[in-house]
Ligand binder design. Structure first.
Ligand code: ZN
Length: 470
């Protein structure tokens, strides 16, 4: 199938590294560049050589070491910058000089203090100079999305004529909306002479949380390169997240019929490596690679997941390199999930034993939110020490508070006492403990840890695992 190929331009080491708290030394950059190579990105923007000696050295070392991808060095639109970038890129197997110059009136007037005519001339000259050194030249009109559109077209046309091979359209301040950004790319495709000879690129910032959406909108209107970063790091609110771009295309080929060369099973490791190097943690709910991205706690989700992962997972954890889909055991977990975790810990139980473990688990989960394997093992030990007996006392564990009352009676007793499965649902142990009613002839057991009388979970069917957590 001939899906258009999207070039993934990773700028983690340049735009990403510029963001507060994300600076890296040369060795760390090299290490990450090698991981980006493994990940399969097409272009690595290794730094801004004129910015510092460290940046220069990083570009130089990466150029010499990482041979497959294109290595880009950033330069302002002036001879000194372009020469310095080229110097750093000398050893690269596939060098690219990336020249940028702001084009919006606000930048021209207040930052650069030049006219549009001067801007046009400077862009043209810088690209021409870069082209005299390097066949692969990218040009970025900084703040393109706030640039007067006819003027932007004029600049883009001029740099293409001067030899640019990629034209990048930055939403530098993260101001654009997806339809708007897509429309801008379409306009350039329609109005700029020679645009069909170059690659159009997106570079979107996430100030309104739209960096990925804008990038995808750009691709749909003709962009064939996406600039992005691991974990979405970058100036202010960050850049488009590489992992989200790649997986959006992979999970929804019906909407985005494009392909990238990224080996998605290396996404998680790349994300972890960056977080370790910078010590900037990934937010737990971050799409694709966050700690919770594949964690399911709600009982209905866990039950469905165990029966068929497709019920709640649109992609497998393995496809992005997450070691295992972790089922977090919490108070909304069903007994099916609990049984599986026990099995994974090497303990198989008969129904009655599992009932007992489940009862205690629910009470515990209500108190400590997230039941770790160590807690569960301790609980299992308590139960297997003979605590299933109706007269036994639970909670001998050092970790948990001591039991305050005898265990509930065995299942058969309560069944014969006619306890209704609905009003003895385990959810009530944690949520309605105080209101639970004792049945005539049935002693009211205490809540093991809280002391309040509760009814208990009997007649618990698989169906109830479904209901709980809806
Ligand atoms: Zn940027």
């Amino acid at each position: 199938m001939d899906k258009p190929r999207i070039t993934i331009f990773d700028t983690t080491l340049r735009d990403g590294e510029q963001s507060p708290g994300c600076s890296m030394n040369v060795q760390e950059k090299l290490h990450l560049a090698q991981q980006l190579d493994r990940l399969g990105v097409d272009v690595i923007e290794a730094g801004f050589p004129i910015a510092s000696d460290g940046d220069f050295e990083a570009v130089q070392r990466i150029s010499a070491t990482v041979r497959r991808p294109i290595i880009a060095g950033l330069a302002r639109a002036c001879t000194g910058d372009v020469d310095r970038a080229w110097q750093a890129l000398q050893g690269a197997a596939h060098p690219r000089i990336h020249v940028f110059l702001a084009t919006s009136d606000i930048h021209l007037k207040y930052k650069l203090r030049i006219t549009r005519e001067q801007c046009l001339e400077q862009a043209r000259n810088a690209v021409r100079h870069a082209k005299s050194l390097c066949a692969d030249v990218e040009f970025s009109p900084e703040d393109a999305t706030r640039t007067d559109v006819p003027f932007l077209c004029q600049v883009v046309e001029a740099v293409i004529a001067a030899g640019a091979t990629t034209v990048n359209i930055p939403d530098t301040v993260g101001y654009s909306m997806p339809e708007e950004y897509g429309q801008l790319i379409r306009t350039l495709c329609e109005k700029v002479a020679g645009i069909d000879k170059v690659t159009i690129s997106t570079h979107c910032h996430n100030d309104l949380g739209l960096a990925v959406a804008n990038s995808l909108a750009g691709v749909q209107q003709g962009a064939r390169q996406v600039e992005c970063t691991i974990n979405g790091i970058g100036e202010r609110a960050g850049n488009a997240s590489l992992e989200e771009i790649v997986m959006a295309m992979r999970v929804r080929p019906d909407r985005y019929r494009y392909e990238t060369a990224v080996a998605s099973e290396h996404l998680y490791a790349s994300s972890q490596m960056l977080a370790e190097i910078t010590r900037v943690p990934v937010q737990p709910n971050k799409a694709i690679i966050g700690r919770n991205a594949f964690a399911h706690e709600a009982g209905i989700h866990q039950d469905g997941m165990l029966k068929n992962p497709l019920t709640y997972e649109i992609m497998t954890p393995q496809s992005v390199g997450v070691p295992d889909s972790r089922l977090v055991l919490g108070k909304h977990s069903g007994r099916h999930a609990l049984a599986l975790r026990c099995e994974q810990l090497g303990h198989q139980f008969e129904r009655r034993e599992l009932d007992e473990i489940y009862r205690r688990f629910v009470v515990l989960a209500d108190r400590i939110k997230k039941v770790q394997d160590s807690h569960l093992l301790e609980l299992i030990q308590d139960v297997s020490r003979g605590a299933v007996s109706p007269n036994d006392v639970t909670g001998q564990s050092k970790k948990f508070p001591p039991a305050t009352a005898p265990l509930p009676f065995p299942r058969a007793a309560s069944a014969s006492a006619g306890i209704n499965a609905n009003d003895s649902h385990p959810a009530q142990i944690s949520t309605n403990a105080g209101q639970a009613q004792a049945r005539p002839g049935v002693p009211a057991p205490a809540n093991w840890f809280g002391g309040a009388p509760v009814t208990h979970a009997d007649h618990h069917t698989e169906q109830e695992d479904y209901l709980w957590g809806v």
